[in-house]
Design a protein around this ligand. Structure first.
Ligand code: TRP
Length: 463
């Protein structure tokens, strides 16, 4: 078998996995979910889910990967449960779907770098025209996908790890600079208050459901991305402490992203915080308006910096999404990495075209499907998001945890986690992980899956 390569160090792995986790989900998704979910109460629930529910699944994925040294499908075969490799296959499908639309959005963010650089803040009023210009945004997406493919083609230590080691510290520097700047603005504190002082009367089933999905997606769980990355981890590295650092980084960056965005909104709304609940438009409409209010060269610099930051975050995530199918093909089909990468990336770009066209350009893809009981149609990009993020990911996570707890068995999981972690056995964390992996995570994630299927696709809203 060809040499699969691997991360050069524990730190390299942590950076790459944190890079996978930190993405559009943190800097775009998290703040708008907070805005829609009533602010700090959402944040509290989100944090609980990350540590109590998601962290155990992360540990499990990495352990399965490292034990087997295989891709998301081959890992189940290696452990002796060939039937279960359907979970890995579902994960690969899911990765392909997510990357297909994620790249479209990353392309928008990439295009916005240039709009901000020339001071075109008026784009805030023309976002819907911007995304209808499919040849232009399609080209931006093409460049983004090609960059992703280039990184993955260079392999694990020479590509994925190297890119993460460059992009992640830069990202941290940029985001902290923007936080400091936005905190100096007038009415910044109104934003901070909205963001950090919880009002639990805002909580309801829907907010909790969203917080759960957001946490799971943000940590890149449920589709074997971390099985794949785990397969490149050294046998002497401590999985539990690595996973803790990855979770902390992801949560930390999401929290910092809120600290960057809400003061800006406080500034623009003169403390009224009226414009926070706008959902996805937050980044592409509200923020450019704010950069326009700052105005001039400073506005352009802040705006450009923000979208560069967003693209860096997205790139380390698209890289991880592409690596999942690539690793499968390299391991199982014996195709050379360089060839597999360009093939898969090209294919995923094509699969993404309906998501590109469905934002006003093509009537058919813009009103692609009307769910049972829904009043209006859903566009293709959102549809794929509902299938992949909201349905397949929680199902995958539920099955992966159940598999580790009851099929592969806890003792084997423990054995793998104890490697490189003296003192793990018998610890409180071991007992907690065993409980969560066997019962808590599968039950909660299974519930999330059922709620999505019933609520989104069949109009039966239990929450
Ligand atoms: N976590 C990334 C984000 O927040 C997206 C992502 C990358 C992802 N790889 C994944 C999500 C694997 C789920 C599974 O933007």
């Amino acid at each position: 078998m060809a040499n699969r390569g691997g991360f050069s160090s524990k730190l390299g792995f942590i950076m790459a996995a944190a890079g996978s986790a930190v993405g559009l989900g943190n800097i775009w998704g998290f703040p708008y979910e907070v805005g829609q979910g009533g602010g700090a109460a959402f944040v509290v629930i989100y944090l609980l889910f990350c540590f109590i529910l998601c962290f155990p699944v992360m540990v499990t994925e990495i352990a399965i990967g490292r034990k087997s040294q295989k891709n998301a499908v081959g890992a189940f075969d290696y452990l002796g449960f060939k039937k279960w490799n359907i979970v890995g296959k579902m994960g690969i499908l899911c990765g392909v779907l997510i990357l297909s639309f994620y790249n479209v959005i990353a392309g928008w963010a990439f295009g916005y770098i240039f709009e901000m650089a020339v001071g075109n803040f008026d784009i805030a009023n023309h976002f819907s025209e911007f995304i209808v210009d499919v040849f232009k945004v399609g080209a931006y997406g093409f460049v983004f996908m090609a960059t992703t493919a280039y990184v993955v083609s260079k392999g694990i230590s020479g590509g994925i790890e190297k890119a993460a080691k460059l992009l992640m510290p830069t990202l941290l520097f940029l985001i902290v600079s923007l936080v400091i700047y936005s905190l100096t603005l007038e009415n910044a504190m109104a934003g901070v208050k909205f963001y950090l002082v919880p009002d639990f009367s805002e909580l309801n089933g829907k907010v909790i459901y969203n917080a759960m999905g957001q946490a799971f997606f943000s940590l890149s769980l449920g589709m074997g991305a971390l099985i794949t990355y785990g397969s490149y981890v050294g046998k002497n590295d401590n999985i539990v402490s690595s996973a803790a650092l990855i979770t902390l980084t992801d949560v930390g960056i999401a929290l910092i992203a809120g600290l960057m965005i809400f003061p800006l909104i406080g500034y623009m709304t003169e403390g009224a915080m009226t414009d926070v609940g706008r959902g996805p438009a937050l980044i592409f409409v509200t923020l450019p308006q704010i950069f326009g209010t700052i105005g001039g060269t400073l506005g352009a610099v802040v705006g450009t910096t923000f979208f560069i930051l967003l693209c860096f975050a997205a790139l380390t995530s698209t890289v991880s999404l592409l690596e999942v199918p690539v690793s499968y093909i390299v391991d199982e089909k014996n195709i050379k990495r360089s060839k597999a990468v360009w093939l898969v990336a090209g294919l995923i770009y094509l699969i993404g075209i309906p998501s590109l066209l469905g934002n006003g350009y093509s009537e058919f893809f813009s009103n692609f499907i009307t769910y049972v009981g829904a009043e209006s149609a859903t566009d293709f990009l959102s549809f794929v998001g509902h299938v992949a993020n909201d349905t397949l990911l929680p199902l995958g996570g539920c099955l992966i945890a159940f598999f580790a707890g009851h099929v592969w068995k806890k003792a084997n999981l423990d054995e793998e986690l104890a490697q490189g972690a003296p003192g793990y056995k018998g610890s409180f964390i071991q007992k907690y992980l065993n409980f969560a992996v066997s019962y808590l995570s599968p039950i909660v994630l299974g519930t999330l899956f059922v709620l999505t299927v019933l609520g989104t696709f069949f109009g039966i809203n239990l929450i």
